[in-house]
Design a protein around this ligand. Structure first.
Ligand SMILES: O=P(O)(O)OC[C@H]1O[C@](O)(COP(=O)(O)O)[C@@H](O)[C@@H]1O
Ligand SMILES: [Mg+2]
Ligand SMILES: [Mg+2]
Length: 342
């Protein structure tokens, strides 16, 4: 066999094997992270299976109503939350969980505690469930030094302190994108094997893209800088071609496209929502972490997103993320508008 064929053969890699390889780079690691990740993967497979039956579940009773057997049908976002909370606690590796669906932080029982704090959006883009459009799960992972005397301070850390982040997209295929701080890799679930296989190794976002992604319905409330940037996407002053607009309304799907094709995804602050819409801990931070790891940028309109320090677990933040060059343009426009006003 020649070398090329040999290399091709060794490329078949499951997500577990990939994480074990990463672990071997840290001699002090004892496998706790691998166990945690296996449980996140389990949660993703579970939710993927539930999402694929979402339309069928409606045949026997609307979500949130009672089905013909008299059983309560759980809404998919509630079900997904239960799946992830159970999967994470039973990993034995978590200490605090923050979920979009739970008002308060969950402090894991000391007998089941590990060293990791997991922040997650169990089902992102839930308004798209009923029309079969891609939705997903987003997660970020922090590590705590100690397992006792834990407080919210252990969670309210800047995004740059995360040790890993990722998302799983439930779309035409089930795709898990992960970074453990050493680049970004994408895995696709082979349903017949029940395994996530490495299909997108070492993802790098294009330096500039041809797509912008924003909810244009909010235009009347935009600030000057956002309006100017979007105008420039449509009528570029440098004579280049206008960008195309794509907006799905599921952050996971919009960010996934941005990561693979390049361009920019924006959910800015505006007059109606001065902090934007997206949640800092479990939407903005994990996606910003992945973008930076793939060579892109994430900016809030004022600063690098990953440097923000959250004040509360469900805090919101504006975000502009994507290709390095496109986010750079937004930064320049914000700086110019700021200078004009001083
Ligand atoms: O409908 P809008 O205002 O454009 O908001 C879309 C954004 O809201 C979200 O759906 C919020 O996520 P949830 O479904 O988890 O609440 C993002 O996925 C998406 O980017
Ligand atoms: Mg969400
Ligand atoms: Mg959600």
């Amino acid at each position: 066999m020649d070398h090329a064929a040999e290399a091709h053969r060794t490329d078949l890699m499951t997500i577990t094997r990939h994480v074990l390889n990463e672990q071997s780079k840290h001699p002090e690691a004892r496998g706790a992270f691998t166990i945690l990740l296996n449980h996140i993967v389990l949660g993703c497979k579970f939710v993927c299976s539930a999402v694929s039956k979402a339309g069928l579940a409606k045949l026997i009773g609307l979500a949130g109503e009672t089905n013909v057997q008299g059983e309560e049908q759980k809404k998919l976002d509630v079900l997904s939350n239960e799946v992830f909370v159970k999967a994470l606690i039973s990993s034995g590796q978590t200490s605090i969980l923050i979920s979009e669906e739970d008002e308060d932080a969950t402090f894991v029982d000391p007998s089941k505690r590990g060293r990791y704090v997991v922040v997650f959006d169990p089902l992102d883009g839930s308004s798209n469930i009923d029309c079969g459009v891609s939705i997903g799960t987003i997660f970020g992972i922090y590590m705590v030094e100690h397992k006792n005397d834990l407080s919210l301070e252990d969670v309210l850390q800047p995004g740059e302190n995360m040790v890993a982040a990722g998302y799983c997209m439930y779309g035409s295929s089930c795709t898990l994108v992960l970074s453990t701080g050493n680049g970004v890799n994408g895995f696709t679930l082979d349903p017949s094997l029940g395994e996530f296989i490495l299909t997108h190794p070492d993802i790098k976002i294009p330096k500039k893209g041809k797509i912008y992604s924003i909810n244009e319905g909010n235009a009347k409330n935009w600030d000057k800088a956002t309006a100017k940037y979007v105008e420039n996407c449509k009528f570029p002053k440098d004579g280049s071609s206008p960008k195309s607009l794509r907006y799905i309304g599921s952050m996971v799907a919009d960010v996934h496209r941005t990561l693979l094709y390049g361009g920019i995804f924006m959910y800015p602050a505006d007059k109606k929502s001065p902090n934007g819409k997206l949640r800092l801990l479990y939407e903005v931070f994990p996606m910003s972490y992945l973008m930076e790891q793939a060579g892109g940028q994430a900016f809030t309109g004022k600063q690098r997103a990953l440097e923000l320090v959250p004040n509360n677990i469900h805090e919101r933040s504006p975000v502009f993320l994507g290709s390095h060059g496109d986010v750079e343009e937004v930064k320049k426009i914000y700086a110019a508008v700021e200078e004009e006003s001083t």
